[in-house]
Design a protein around this ligand. Structure first.
Ligand SMILES: [Fe+2]
Ligand SMILES: [Fe+2]
Length: 478
């Protein structure tokens, strides 16, 4: 591992002068993007961050104070697997590719660019959140997520530069030019253009949207294109923390909501200055339904091709019984003659849905955990995930109306109840009104419970962020 190089890496960058020059040309553009679009107001602060110092699974993370622009973004691939072979599709059992097969060049570039684009997008979406952080702990976690998304961009840009020549270099430049939410040059996927400027949305984003990332990365970790597999395997180790931030963040919101619900004579957490549980449910409905779109069409020839050619596997492909996906069918909900029916779809054409199933099950697990928290606090309210058909704008359910339980309803019925199921402008304004910073060491905003424990054995009073930026927030002049 070369940590002292201008670009820290474990890919022997110094032995590939052409690649090194290309990346060294891109690096200042990345830094200027970070300075323009990264966390606003905290670039000079000292943040207690973890940095990769080895890709060893037991000890890759090193914790220390770092100024974010000095973070050691670099290129880290998971160690190569000896004699690795393709584990699925039409090339099963063949040696993995160390270079891009010519006929797969365009789709592979598209896959990498689409993944890459999400990384800077999320940093842009989250750039103003620091000023309303509910605690120093949360502020530090936000910045940890942000710098790691920056590193994920590096991971993908490395592949573009190393394997896609001039096209790759141009794509890498474009990645720094698109802007989340900008109508003229938006990010590629719509969720990555959504407003994420309050902390409830941030926790929903890291819970639901980053979790899509986990499943996309896990299926790319199966790829027959070995450099992509190794890059995404290491990204997954970082991604796990982002999901932790989202899942525990929403758990803490649920806990406080329950406490305030009980405290209020009318059972209204809003009257007590909190997020009421029905509003939390609406945020879950919105972010979950937005994130499930990211898995792509239910019946998809593209997904079948990605699988067949060995580019993108299923989640934990090695645990599947059969690796060609040619022998089975998938029972899919389709709408026919005004009713939801089960239809058999060739498994290979339902690969997106198979991945979405894993995702939905994982989200359901988290909801069960939040409900245990609510029960422990003594409220009877239960949170739930909406059905995956609810509130869709892509795929076979787009243009149809479903209630959160997945029942087909009329568009008029949906419109009449939209405000019960999805956040209204008033709900969003209310949630935004709660976003007052609490950044004294050990303090926590009223609308969310304090975290269970600090970062890496630190006490909750630990000064996770220090400097001018956080001081300005304290003085109310940020
Ligand atoms: Fe990421
Ligand atoms: Fe992430």
């Amino acid at each position: 591992m070369s940590l002292d190089d201008k670009i820290p890496n474990n890919v022997s960058l110094s032995s590939d002068k052409r690649l090194m020059r290309a990346l060294e040309t891109w690096q200042p553009d990345f830094i200027s993007w970070w300075n323009d679009m990264g966390p606003a107001g905290f670039q000079e602060d000292q943040v207690y961050l973890r940095t990769a110092i080895s890709v060893d699974p037991s000890g890759w993370a090193h914790y220390d104070y770092v100024k974010m622009p000095d973070y050691r973004w670099g290129i880290f691939l998971a160690p190569p697997e000896q004699d690795r072979t393709i584990g699925f599709g039409d090339h099963i059992g063949e040696a993995v590719w160390q270079d891009v097969p010519g006929e797969l060049r365009n789709i592979l570039r598209r896959i990498i660019v689409t993944q890459a684009d999400t990384e800077p997008a999320s940093v842009e979406q989250q750039r103003h959140l620091g000023k309303s952080a509910p605690s120093l702990y949360d502020l530090r976690n936000l910045f940890q997520v942000n710098v790691e998304e920056g590193r994920h961009l590096w991971a993908m840009v490395h592949l573009l530069h190393q394997f896609f020549g001039r096209d790759g270099r141009e794509e890498a430049e474009q990645l720094l030019l698109r802007r989340s939410g900008n109508p003229d040059k938006p990010r590629i996927l719509s969720t990555f253009n959504e407003d994420t400027s309050d902390w409830l949305s941030f926790f929903c984003f890291t819970m639901f949207t980053d979790r899509d990332g986990k499943y996309q990365l896990a299926s790319l970790a199966e790829s027959g294109f070995d450099p992509l597999s190794r890059a995404t395997r290491f990204m997954l180790t970082e991604e796990a923390f982002h999901l932790f931030v989202g899942e525990t963040g929403l758990d803490r919101v649920a806990r406080r909501s329950a406490q305030l619900t009980k405290l209020d004579p009318n059972g209204d957490a809003r009257a007590q200055g909190g997020v009421d549980l029905p509003t939390l449910q609406k945020y879950i409905n919105f972010w979950f339904s937005s994130a499930v779109e990211l898995f792509g069409g239910e019946i998809s020839n593209n997904a079948a091709d990605f699988f067949g050619t060995g580019l993108k596997g299923r989640y934990k492909e090695e645990k599947q019984a059969e690796h060609t996906a040619l022998k089975d069918v998938y029972l899919m909900d389709v709408v026919e003659d005004g009713a939801v029916k089960k239809q058999e779809v060739a498994l290979r054409n339902a690969i997106n849905e198979v991945l979405r199933d894993e995702y939905v099950a994982d989200c359901e697990r988290a909801v069960r955990k939040w409900n245990r928290t609510l029960a422990a606090e003594g409220v009877t309210f239960e949170l739930s995930l909406p059905d995956r058909k609810f509130n869709r704008s892509m795929g076979i359910y787009a243009g149809l109306a479903f209630d959160p339980a997945g029942r087909l309803i009329t568009k008029e019925q949906l419109e009449a109840r939209r405000g019960e199921w999805l956040p209204t402008a008033e709900d969003r304004a209310y949630v935004k009104s709660l976003m007052k910073p609490a950044v004294e060491p050990g303090a926590c905003a009223h609308w969310i419970s304090p975290p269970a424990k600090g970062v890496e054995g630190t006490p909750l009073e630990f000064e996770y962020v220090k400097g001018e930026g956080v001081d300005r927030v304290r003085r109310g002049v940020a």
